[in-house]
Design a protein around this ligand. Structure first.
Ligand code: AMP
Length: 279
């Protein structure tokens, strides 16, 4: 695996390969890699001649400085995992490389996407995501880029960015990889104790319960019941919300089959976790 820290080196290498008509797959990450990330890398390896993974903890997308300062890092393990799976290129820029003084942020109108769920709860988060992915897409110019549906709203934000600026890049959104207890894999899980991990499995259990209850009761009652059960277990629920799976328009009643997405953000042991279920 080749390691590049500057965009000049990276682009010189990728330009050569592009001249040989090699297709490039790209997986942006913030490191502390787990099987959720590796699934994206495997998909890219299968579908492209060459796979680039980036590791960059993007300060701009953290609305909470503590969260940024405590974000897990495990570079030697990340490199081992990437080598083992067969990743071709690891790109690891530092902050100045990503955002030189000359960088002019793009101004992307996310419309109502920025007014629901993660938007108001994490002010500035999606703008940070847009800036970093814009930078990375410009540096890598992949044929295809891979993102995880665990970050459901983020996938929709990336789609808006791609449609506006990068129509030539294909996007693939991959299913959420979970632990055997149902908890969505996340780098932030590393900050949970063993009991925290057990407790956090309740998030997906409740989402799954809501899906089952949707056959029988109104959405308002299903969501309220799940929230009550979580609160009883001392899980602090930031939101537990029904939205339309294609538009993220919030819903008061169930939508048609496969158009419902229920999204949750909750805090356990001071760690903010998100998850979702589509049905
Ligand atoms: P992050 O390092 O958290 O920025 O995540 C990098 C990419 O991995 C994003 O596209 C995430 O949505 C994706 N990802 C993170 N966790 C999972 C998971 N459990 N299953 C699938 N994709 C994931």
């Amino acid at each position: 695996m080749k390691l590049f820290k500057t965009q000049i080196e990276l682009q010189a290498y990728l330009t050569l390969l592009r001249k040989q008509s090699q297709s490039i797959g790209f997986v942006p990450t913030m490191g502390a890699l787990h099987d959720g990330h590796i699934q994206l890398v495997k998909a890219s390896i299968q579908e492209n001649d060459l796979t680039v993974v980036s590791i960059f903890i993007n300060k701009k997308q953290f609305n909470n400085l503590d969260d940024y300062n405590n974000y897990p890092q495990n570079l030697s393990n990340d490199m081992q995992l990437l080598e083992r799976v067969g990743c071709d290129v690891l790109f690891m820029p530092d902050h100045d490389e990503m955002y030189p003084k000359t960088y002019v942020p793009i101004n992307l109108d996310l419309g109502q996407l920025n007014t629901v769920l993660e938007g108001p709860n994490r002010p500035g988060h999606f703008d940070g995501v847009v800036q970093v992915v814009n930078r990375l897409f410009n540096y890598v110019m992949p044929n295809k880029a891979y993102f995880g549906l665990k970050d459901y709203q983020q996938c929709m934000v990336i789609k808006v960015l791609q449609e506006a600026y990068f129509p030539q890049i294909d996007l693939e959104f991959c299913d959420t990889v979970r632990l055997s207890n149902g908890l969505a894999m996340s780098s932030r899980n590393l900050r949970l104790s063993k009991q925290g991990v057990d407790l956090a499995s309740q998030l997906y259990k409740m989402l799954d319960m809501i899906k089952r209850l949707s056959q029988h009761i109104e959405s308002k009652d299903a969501l309220q019941y799940a929230k009550h059960l979580l609160t009883q277990k001392h899980i602090e629920v930031e939101y537990l919300t029904l939205a339309h799976a294609d538009t993220l328009t919030l819903g008061k009643k169930w939508f048609k089959k496969q158009k419902n997405v229920v999204l949750i953000a909750a805090h356990i042991e001071g760690v903010r976790l998100i998850d979702n279920i589509v049905f």
